[in-house]
Design a protein around this ligand. Sequence first.
Ligand SMILES: O=C(O)CCC(=O)C(=O)O
Ligand SMILES: [Fe+2]
Length: 457
Amino acid sequence: MDAFVSRKKPRLGSSTASSKHGDRQETPEEDSTDVKLAILLSLHPDIPQERLLDVLVSCDGSIEAASSTLLSLPSPSKKLKRPAGVQMSLSSHYMPIKKEEKGEGEEDEEKKMLPTRKGKTLHLYSPEDIATHTPCTIIHNFLPASEANNLLEELLGESPTFTRYQFQLFNRTVQSSHTSSLYVSTPEDEQRQTAEYTYGGTYRTDVRQVLPTMRAVSASVQQAVNREIQTRIRTRYPGGKKLQFQAAREWTPNAAFVNCYAGPAEHVGFHSDDLTYLGPRPVIGSLSLGVEREFRIRRIIPKENTHAITSTSTSSSEGQIAIHLPHNSLLVMHAEMQEEWKHAIAPAQTVSPHPLAGNIRINITYRWYRDSLHPRFTPRCRCGVHTILRCVQRKMETRGRYMWMCHAGYLPGKQGCSFFQWAHFDDDGDPIWSRKANGTGGPTLSDFVDSGTKPAT
Ligand SMILES: O=C(O)CCC(=O)C(=O)O
Ligand SMILES: [Fe+2]
């Protein structure tokens, strides 16, 4: 939620949003969002605080713009699930850009400018539009229908015991609106995840072993995601080459957050996924089941300062993009996503019930935790909490650089030790340590797909 910062707040010790789930990445340069939120709350007392915050983010922190956006929103009773009159294809909206701006490895730029506007949301449905205008690609009807239903039922069976994570927001401890759980491949990994990995500075207690259908499906996810990555590199990245710090190796998921949104109001606010174990330029495979919901994305780095790639219109005047995620769709968040965009699942006023799930949406985000970023290797700060990896997003002079920093300042009742260290990576995104790392070798997480054959180290 760092898009609306206009003045600096103390580096550490002041609270901001952070999560057990570990999926929020916010820079230390954030400011008095609480003041802005309080003003908005006084102007719009009937609108939930989280909604106000989302709109404030989408308006770059401008109270005036947020307030007029809120006034123009339909009242709850009028809101439609799929907005009427919304474009189903963008072909009629393309605006040409100059030929000389074309990059090698990029598709024809003629079609690429996107009519997003601040405070407005552009709805995208087709895989072609999504690939062209966002850092994501989507595969609809990804699994055979019966397998998708089996997976949905398997996870619906588990979801009543999922938990809400807690995080700090404006000096208050609040709970996530939706529930989730973390899945890994083996019982040993379950144990390691609870004992060794921290999320937002605390250990996770709710870690589970992948269930049979989920494991079976992982192979298809792995295959499809790797295919999408290669297509993306070939067709969209400068010179047809992977991005700097993007892994060169095959993407092999070994951890997955399963999210449950039980009803239209459950949502997740704008965030970037935590890079601490994924490393820079990560790719995430996100499988949606049950009720269709809107995945909102918003660019946070001006296009001219990015490493790439997807050609949307120019930076600061862009609004949000909503990607519609129907049952059985696989969304791939590509390597440009986490550092340059934020994403959210927007609250909905209504949803169309799904025959098996009712009003519930289940989502699996398949992730690849790098062995080289196991917490035994990463820097420890003076207060004993694992450091977290962040990318500088706002500060112009250091934008795009990575840093290890203390997370304690974001925990309830804890002041950070202000530990800070620049992070260095090789071209494939594995860390280069200036001093000897904290540990050498040792067990790492097993891959979902071939954990049976991978030697236990
Ligand atoms: O539910 C989704 O599609 C996204 C969830 C998400 O952003 C996350 O788990 O980090
Ligand atoms: Fe996320």
